[in-house]
Design a protein around this ligand. Sequence first.
Ligand SMILES: [Zn+2]
Length: 118
Amino acid sequence: MSFLDELSDSIVNTTKDLGKMAQNAGDLTKLQYDKKVKESELSKLYEKLGQKYYEEHKDEDDEEIKEITAAILRIKEISEEIMQKKGGKACPKCGALVKDGSKFCSACGEKIDDIFEE
Ligand SMILES: [Zn+2]
């Protein structure tokens, strides 16, 4: 085999190898993406199951249940603080911001009588 033939073979083989590497990299990227999608779906399922479990067991004397209850209460407090800073309160029906003194919620139309009487 002449030098040029060998060089030509070598180039062809290198090109084939690069093609295979690119395909492998593509397959790997797709597999990693599929794995992330499945992991995300699993997390959402766990979250849904966790919420269902919490609703059914929220009165039980369990450390994690108590932590979740505390987190929910804290989030509620923070939300109220945010609404106050924005100059209103949360609509009791839909949670949207109702500006101080409003008679109705502009988001859902709920009549607002009592939330500003304090
Ligand atoms: Zn509302």
